[in-house]
Structure formats: structure tokens, C-alpha cells
Write a protein that binds this ligand. Sequence first.
Ligand code: NAD
Length: 322
Amino acid sequence: MRLLVTGGAGFIGSNLIRHIIDLPGIDQLINLDALTYAGNLQNLEGIHEIHPKYAFEHVNLTDVDEVERVVRTHAITHVIHLAAESHVDRSIQNASPFMQTNVMGTLHLLDACRAVWKNPESHRFIQVSTDEVYGSLGPAEAPFTEDSPLQPNSPYAASKAAAECLVRSYVKTYGFPAIITRSCNNYGPNQHPEKLIPTVLTCLRDRCPIPVYGNGQQTREWIHVTDHAEALWQVLEKGVTGEVYNIGTGDEWTNLKLIEHLCDIWDETHQSSSSRQLISHVTDRPGHDQRYAIDASKIMRVTGCGPCGDSKQVIRKLTVTG
Ligand code: NAD
């Protein structure tokens, strides 16, 4: 397999590359990344410019010719498409880069693969999406299944839903060999400092106010990034073309409970006290979804890939190591 990973210098992409690059099924792994504010090649220390299977293409997905050049010259056979503008707050400030990268960038990649791939059966394209495309759940509602309607509420989620719709249309119209995955919130190493858990850890280290949107009762489901990476690999190998798979754990936390948990572990392990007093409620994000939760039974049936790890333990480890 000659695998193209887009967004490989970002949080999930770098963890995915580290997780799979030595698997015997991979002959060559090409990382296409524009190195935006969210991309950092240090996330790939020990692999970038060193690993014999690895190559890097500093390319922006908005550059249609360059995207096709990469797919053609590297004779790409499989794609895991992660590159995206990924921060909800930034999308509320300015949605335009989200549409350019997440929608037009996906279109360019689909067209490049379609132009180069002659026999769909020898190829596979994984569109990495998010549970945010489903919109918000009430506290007592059953988790979203893959058949739940797409009702995105932020410009970020709208751009990811639009990208998914494009992918679906290519499957239906051209028999394009794509699969869509929708993961819950990820945590783990290399996450950008502006995301929730790194923000809290930074504030704890610097002893400055920990911002919590509104009352902090928004609920999110969490997965360790390596478990997500493993699920993506399983889907690449065993998933069925044209299908959608939720990737989740059932491990739901309110933002406030998660932050309090981080504060308590910090106090336990850093001889400090009263970290909870740093919690500072700030004006809620506009259109903030109340709850995300997904039913991941389909992926477990197809790949045998279940919720693994205990987030309390891993979050503990992250907190202790800072
Ligand atoms: P990230 O922001 O950490 O990384 C994104 C990467 O994409 C960066 O390396 C960036 O340089 C690159 N990139 C951005 N725009 C580009 C462009 N125009 N051309 C080429 N490269 C570009 O994001 P992440 O958290 O690793 O998320 C990766 C994917 O997973 C995204 O598609 C996101 O929607 C999805 N996802 C993330 C989560 C999560 O909790 N982080 C959950 C579900 C789904």
C-alpha cells in the first residue's frame, strides 16, 4: 500500500503516522501538510526525514494541481484524509478558511484520486469526520447512530458535513471507494495548546484562570488519539466502501467535571492545593452544542475494534506528565 495521510503534522495525523508506519501492509507513507498554525513537524520527531518509508509533501489542499501531482507521482493507492481547519472558535471568527480547506480541499483530493485511480477496487479513501456533524443531543436522548440526520451547528461542523456530503456523492455517482468515519473528541500527545485539555493543563502549570464556557455542563465523549488511530487503520483494512462508521467510547464527561478532575489530579501530583479555585466561568460560545454522544456498535461489529483504555487513567497520565 502507498498511503497518503493528509494533515500528518497535526494532532491526530502525527499520532496516526507513529501508530501505523511500521506495519508491514504499508510500503510507503506520504504526509501531505500545509503546515498551518496547527501543523508541526516536531510532532513527527524520529520519523520525519528519517524513516525509510516516509516522505513529506509541503502542499496546500487548496492547490488543485499540486494535490493531483502528489497523488500521481507517488502512485498513491490509499488515502486517510485528516487535513482540516479544526478549531470551532476560529470558525466562528472566520468561516472562510474552513470552507476553503475542508470543502474545496476535499473536493481537490477526491478529483485527484478519481483522475489517477483506474480500478476502484484496488483503492480506498477514508474521510475522517466528526460527531459534531450530528448537532446537539438532549441529556436523555439516545446517542447518535450513523443514520441520524446531519444537523451541524457551527461553521466548522457545517464544513465537515459539507465535505462528507461531497464524499458520499462521489461514492454514489462515480462508485468512488470511500468510507466516512465520525469520531468523538480526541485527547493525547501533540494536541494544539488551544484545545480544551491542553488549555487546562497550561493554566494549571502557569496558575492562571481556567476558562470554562457558560456553566460547563456541555457534555462530550472522549477517546484517546491512539485508539482513534487504531480504529482508522481497522476501517481502512476491514470497512465497507460507501459506509459510515462512528468511532467512540461511550465515555461521556461534562466539561466542568473533566476540568475538576484535571485540577484534582494536578493537586495530588504537584503538591499544590485548591486548583479548582482557578476555574473561571466565561461567556458561553455562540451556538454551543449541549451534548455529543455516539453509538459505536457498528464499528465494533465490523472490525472488532471496541472502546479501549480507561480515559480516567490516560487523562491522569497526561496530567501527571503535564
Ligand atoms: P489539527 O488542527 O491538529 O491538524 C490539522 C492538520 O491539517 C495540521 O497539520 C495542518 O497543518 C493541516 N492543514 C490544515 N489546512 C490544510 C490545508 N489547506 N492543506 C494541507 N494541510 C492542511 O487537527 P486534528 O485535531 O488532528 O484533526 C484531524 C482531523 O480529524 C480533522 O479532519 C478533524 O475534523 C477530525 N476530527 C478531530 C477530532 C478531535 O478531537 N481533534 C475529533 C473528530 C474528528
